[in-house]
Design a protein around this ligand. Structure first.
Ligand SMILES: *Cc1c(COP(=O)(O)O)cnc(C)c1O
Length: 369
């Protein structure tokens, strides 16, 4: 019996253990200690921003950014229907309304022309998601946001190190948010961070992250804050992971290239990932789409691969198909199609050439009938 191949496995081959031991030996295991600042510096450098604010996960980091920008009841935020649920949930936490729009069928990312059409006087901002590691089309999106005087929050949870026109994601909008969950490109187990060049917003986020306590007057709380802090032990893992980011991206890109080459013979049955000319893909998940005549067999294909010991994932459901956001009249045909046709193949740094052979052989067999 061949070993099971997982969709995602963290690679902890750097200084993770050494730094965690340093944190333990120092007794600074809670949310103070030198690794937190070192981690924030590394994350800010990745996004090309002046500030990074570390959080305990990528959902709280999104919420922290929205809360600091003052999002509240009656406000609307435009976002893609095709995303992970946390993007929408954070808007709801603020009592505001996510306005879901369609995506580009090739990149899976929010369609800039759909944003323009969804603007209302209640629109406060746009959340873009760099889905599966490919940057959203930030040029026209920033232009549209500026014209309407609204902010842009980049949900870069899946796109550490991805670039748009040579600029790193997370540093293009008013702020960006990263996740460091166990299956992400860079992981701390659980973790998140907000990146921004806005000094005032950064200060506001630091205040809200730590119970809203006044920085000069201890136990004086001028606002309702949260406890969204990261621990020094967690940050120690993150510092080691960030040191490996260039290597991680290189490896992921090599795996993507290997898939693309091996899957050439299936070009009539599947679409391989599209990469826009002005983007560099971070390949959180190498994502294929079954062509129309094969689309109905998507779940069968995944089940057959599972029997060969290969884990895959379906592309996310459109947010408007799920109970808390249900609206089946919403016109998001691309989100519906991508969701039905898409499969995430295993994408992680521990995949060997023979793993890739096995995966591609299994997919080929599954598609053959
Ligand atoms: C993973 C993810 C998040 C949330 O991150 P957690 O760290 O799991 O809370 C948010 N948005 C997107 C698009 C994600 O993929």
């Amino acid at each position: 019996m061949l070993a099971k191949i997982s969709v995602a496995v963290p690679k902890l081959s750097g200084a993770e253990k050494q730094y965690v031991n340093e944190a333990l030996d120092s007794t600074w295991i809670s949310s103070r200690g030198p690794f937190i600042e070192r981690f924030e510096t590394a994350v800010a450098e990745m996004a090309g921003t002046r500030h990074a604010i570390a959080c305990n996960n990528g959902t709280t980091s999104l919420h922290l950014a929205l809360a600091a920008m003052g999002l509240g009841p009656g406000d609307e935020v435009i976002m893609p229907a095709l995303t992970y649920i946390a993007t929408a949930n954070c808007v709801r936490y603020c009592g505001a309304t996510p306005v879901l729009v369609d995506n580009d069928p090739r990149t899976f990312n929010i369609d800039p022309t759909a944003i323009e059409a969804a603007m209302t006087p209640r629109t406060k901002g746009i959340m873009v998601v760099h889905l599966y590691g490919h940057a959203a089309d930030m040029g026209p999106i920033m232009e549209c946001a500026d014209r309407h005087g609204v902010w842009v929050l980049e949900d870069a949870a899946e796109a550490h190190g991805a670039r748009y026109r040579d600029r790193p994601v997370g540093g293009i909008g008013r702020c960006g948010s990263f996740s460091f969950f166990g299956n992400k490109i860079v992981t701390t187990g659980e973790g998140g961070a907000v990146t921004t060049n806005d000094d005032e917003l950064a200060a506001r986020m630091r205040l809200l992250r730590s119970q809203g306590m006044d920085t000069k007057r201890r136990y004086w709380h001028p606002v309702v804050g949260y406890n969204y802090r990261m621990t020094n032990v967690t940050a120690a893992i993150g510092v080691a992971q960030m040191e490996r980011l260039p290597e991680a991206l290189e490896k992921r890109r090599a795996i993507a290239a290997a898939y693309t080459e091996r899957l050439e013979s299936l070009a009539e049955r599947i679409e391989r990932p599209y990469v826009a000319g002005d983007c560099s893909h971070a390949y959180w998940m190498y994502t294929i789409q079954l062509r129309h005549s094969f689309a109905s067999s998507r779940d069968d294909v995944m089940a057959k691969m599972e029997m060969d010991g290969i884990e895959t994932r379906p592309v996310f459901y459109p947010v408007n198909h799920m109970p808390p956001y249900f609206d089946d009249k919403l016109n998001v045909p691309n989100a519906v199609l991508c969701s039905k046709r898409g499969i995430n193949l295993p994408t992680h740094e521990l995949l060997s050439d023979s793993d890739l052979d096995r995966i591609c052989e299994s997919l080929t067999q599954a598609l053959a009938g």
